[in-house]
Design a protein around this ligand. Structure first.
Ligand SMILES: Cc1cc2nc3c(=O)[nH]c(=O)nc-3n(C[C@H](O)[C@H](O)[C@H](O)COP(=O)(O)OP(=O)(O)OC[C@H]3O[C@@H](n4cnc5c(N)ncnc54)[C@H](O)[C@@H]3O)c2cc1C
Length: 430
């Protein structure tokens, strides 16, 4: 830890990336303020839930070996099912989306992280290339030494209208809390979009949540017991040509078109692309099905992966001296694990920068380092959506022998890079 004066870190956006950034900065002794535009933390993580599948297992264990344990522990402790295998995915666990936010909120509170809800970062004041304050919806100004933009890429409503099928009332709740505002853009950082195969900007969020109780009893029972239920769909009801539109390319496989794959994350998470309600209700067992998220899930889902900031592998935004980015804001990184990995690094480096110490870059001998490097290079230049759990990044990790589930091997790998416990700084819990 540095001198007597605490570093001040302001994190904008309370999704998994922002929570991870706040925790790693706080563990280095910083005074941390976390701004969140809605009344809940976790952003799109309020409806996801899949962890530890494929290369996410390796990334998770590397982070744990480095001492970034807290958020992974919350997910593990609140998992409804573990070690699940389904099309293209191994050893997945599903956290319960209904309880996890409360657990994370109480953890942040105990760690002494100041959270400010119902408030967006709206504009920045700069001196030269440095941000000196962020102003909020109500005009209040917040000052920090360093800032982390973890505002994600979902919405706002105008993107869903122009690039998607309109507002479908998703968990992002733009009509209530106002749309996402990019702090990087306000600070003058250059931004880019991913593109779909037809050249349209952004990607559709791919999965929807169904109210479990609206499904046939045998489906409900299977979900509760096994965590998973696969229902074949007749060819005439299958949705074609929608798989490449999705943000989560690990599910762009024909099995997700030929079947309805449901998993139990609290709600029944439907891994297949959205179905019009009238079509969905023709599938046996779905006669009374209702969408829980988005509420109009039969029409579409949120648009994501727009306004991604140009950053360095340390997570520092290009062109601004004291702004870091994390999660989807920092690259086409899709997933909770990816958000926690990049958020942890951003918060850590935020403190290192204000203490004038060397910034950390994960080496490419680790899955997390290769993941960041791949995403910022190939992911960005080829418009790929990147995740440790599938698609081209996971193939790349396998080719480089970086994917493993052997925990001892992972610990040794981290030790070899002298990064064991690098994030493990104890703080007083209230
Ligand atoms: C339907 C769906 C299902 C998914 N399922 C999974 C899954 O099972 N497993 C998985 O790993 N990933 C899943 N994902 C992807 C995953 O949720 C995201 O990639 C990841 O959680 C992104 O985290 P983030 O913190 O970068 O962004 P977000 O989750 O988007 O969080 C950004 C936060 O910033 C806030 N914000 C925005 N602008 C401002 C501002 N100006 N001021 C203050 N706050 C602001 C937002 O309100 C939000 O809370 C899913 C995504 C969706 C949409």
């Amino acid at each position: 830890m540095g001198g007597l004066l605490m570093s001040k870190v302001v994190v904008i956006g309370g999704g998994w990336a922002g929570c991870a950034a706040a925790i790693s900065a706080r563990k280095l002794g910083a005074e941390v303020k976390l701004l969140e535009r809605t009344d809940m933390l976790l952003g799109t993580g309020l409806v996801g839930g899949i962890m530890r599948n494929n290369g996410r297992f390796t990334a998770t264990e590397e982070m744990i070996a480095m001492g970034a344990t807290e958020l992974f522990e919350v997910c593990d402790l609140n998992s409804l099912h573990t070690d699940i295998e389904f099309f293209g995915h191994k050893h997945a666990s599903f956290y319960n989306v209904s309880v996890v936010e409360g657990k994370v909120r109480s953890l942040l509170h105990k760690m002494g992280i100041k959270t400010i809800f119902n408030m967006r970062g709206k504009a920045v004041t700069k001196r030269g290339n440095k941000i000196i304050s962020v102003s909020l919806d109500d005009g209040t100004e917040i000052n920090g030494d360093t800032y982390v933009d973890a505002t994600g890429t979902a919405g706002p409503m105008n993107n869903c209208k122009t690039l998607g099928n309109g507002c479908v009332m998703c968990i992002y709740r733009c009509p209530t809390f106002g749309g996402r505002i990019s702090i990087s853009e306000k600070a003058g950082v250059s931004e880019y979009f991913t593109q779909r195969e037809d050249g349209t900007n952004g990607a559709f969020s791919g999965s929807c949540k169904i109210v479990k109780e609206s499904l046939a009893v045998d489906i409900q029972e299977k979900l509760e017991q096994a965590g998973l239920c696969i229902i074949p769909v007749t060819p005439e009801l299958q949705k074609e040509n929608v798989l490449s539109m999705k943000a989560c390319q690990q599910y762009a496989r024909k099995e997700y078109q030929e079947n309805i794959v449901l998993i139990n994350c609290g709600h029944a998470k439907m891994m297949s692309p959205y179905y019009p309600l009238s079509v969905l209700r023709m599938v046996p067992g779905f006669e009374s099905a209702r969408y829980a998220d988005p509420l109009a899930g039969g029409v579409g889902n949120s648009i994501r992966l727009s306004q991604i900031a140009e950053i360095e592998p340390t997570m520092l935004a290009k062109g601004v001296e004291n702004l870091f980015c994390a999660g989807e804001k920092a690259g086409p990184f899709v997933g909770h694990t990816e958000a926690i990995v990049t958020g942890t690094l951003a918060g850590f480096n935020g403190v290192k920068l204000s203490e004038k110490e060397k910034l950390l870059t994960f080496p490419t001998s680790l899955a997390v380092g290769e993941g960041i490097s791949y995403t910022l290079n190939e992911g960005k230049s080829e418009g790929k959506k990147c995740t440790f759990s599938g698609s081209s990044l996971f193939e790349n990790l396998q080719e480089k022998n970086l994917y493993t589930t052997e925990k001892d091997k992972i610990v040794q790998r981290v030790k070899k890079e002298k990064l064991d416990n690098v994030f493990n700084h104890k703080i007083m819990m209230t």
